[in-house]
Design a protein around this ligand. Structure first.
Ligand code: ATP
Length: 356
């Protein structure tokens, strides 16, 4: 598989203010990635820079091996063959759906344009609505049209900036998977910006987690969850809590919830202070468990109930119990920790410092 997009150590600034620093990642043709991170971490800035709306201060961006952005190169957005889909759909209100999609196809003949428009509308399952105006469509339908319009000029890649954030949660889920199917069927790469982790996991082959303008980890969704590179990623991706402990015999940690044994040896000395990541699925209800936690909060979620539990030290952990377990706030619950895959952070080592 060939590399389509190569982002190499880029720094982005607004005036003299550094927004993102030393960002590198690459994307193969047909792969979909997602930039995930809290508000203000620089996701949109990166997307705008890839699109060519903003320059890079240092580093470079290449598409198919050619530099499109560097401190002394800035290929115009319209020459990059990159499509964009925005949060607010950005359709032309006075043009029909047909005209909206045909808008960027000026170089095609009338017949070619007509064929391309229907091909794109078939792709997004919207052919019946070809003569409507944007205000006659639902939000989800408008976003499908926006996707069809972005795909119509046959871009090499598509950038999606929080495309589903104006839609309700069911529709978001559905449309996210639909967009993934469409991009995969056309072998078009996509870069999606979101702060919704579920969306990122469902849509992307690779996810880049950003914080304060720095890439914290670029990895598959599976690895982000199971092998977070640092405490920030561990906290931000998936529900999880860090509790302190001390390493024993390279693979065990002594904590207030007992000795937890992992499935690998850690290279640190006995007694090293560590943080242990506990995800909800690591903590199970066990009437004969040795730890008593107190229910701090709970949310009924159908087949399971999500409990927030206070440990004797006051630290919080979370767990999913079968919804037949009915505990009220303040009730004691006996629990046991069953973490077969131990994620530890050495408190004496600063992983990937995140100051800009
Ligand atoms: N035109 C601008 N001039 C100066 N600073 C800007 C400009 N645009 C964005 N910023 C700043 O750059 C930082 C990153 O903004 P950006 O929009 O890239 O973040 P984001 O991760 O996309 O956030 P959100 O999820 O809230 O959209 C923020 O601190 C923001 O205030």
């Amino acid at each position: 598989m060939s590399t389509l997009l190569q982002v190499d150590a880029i720094e982005c600034r607004y005036d003299q203010l550094v927004i993102t620093r030393d960002i590198s990642f690459s994307l193969n043709q047909g792969d979909i990635c997602c930039l995930l991170g809290p508000s203000g971490c620089g996701k949109t800035t990166l997307l705008r820079t890839i699109a060519g709306f903003d320059p890079v201060y240092s580093g470079s961006i290449s598409l198919n091996g050619s530099i499109i952005s560097s401190p002394d190169t800035l290929i115009e957005p319209e020459e990059r063959r990159i499509g964009m889909v925005f949060q607010d759909y950005a359709l032309f209100p006075h043009l029909t759906i047909r005209e909206n999609i045909a808008f960027g196809l000026r170089k095609l003949s009338k017949q070619e344009k007509g064929e391309r428009v229907t091909e794109m509308l078939d792709l997004v399952n919207m052919r019946d609505l070809i003569d409507r105006y944007p205000h006659e469509l639902s939000g989800g339908q408008q976003q499908r049209v926006a996707l069809a319009r972005a795909l119509a000029p046959r871009p090499q890649m598509i950038l999606l900036d929080e495309p589903f954030s104006n839609l309700d949660s069911e529709l978001r889920k559905h449309l996210g998977l639909e967009v993934r199917r469409i991009l995969k069927s056309q072998n078009i790469s996509g870069v999606l910006v979101t702060h919704d982790q579920t969306e990122a996991f469902a849509m992307a082959d690779y996810v880049g987690v950003l914080n304060q303008g720095r890439m914290q980890q670029w990895d598959t969704p599976y690895n982000l969850y199971h092998e977070p590179a640092n405490q920030f990623v561990a906290n931000f991706v998936g529900q999880g809590y860090l509790i302190p402990g001390q390493l024993q015999d390279h693979n065990k940690v002594s904590t207030e919830v007992g000795i937890i044994e992992g499935n690998r040896a850690y290279p640190w000395a006995d007694g090293t202070d560590v943080d242990v990541l506990l995800r909800p699925d690591d903590i199970i209800e066990n009437p004969s468990g040795s730890i008593t936690a107190i229910v701090d909060q709970y949310t009924f979620a159908g087949s399971a109930t999500h409990y927030r539990l206070r440990l004797p030290s006051g630290l919080i952990v979370e767990s999913m119990f079968n919804s037949h377990a009915e505990y009220d706030i303040g009730d004691p619950v006996r629990i046991e920790v069953k973490a077969d895959h131990l994620i530890l952070f050495n408190n004496n080592v600063k992983d990937n410092p995140v100051s800009v």
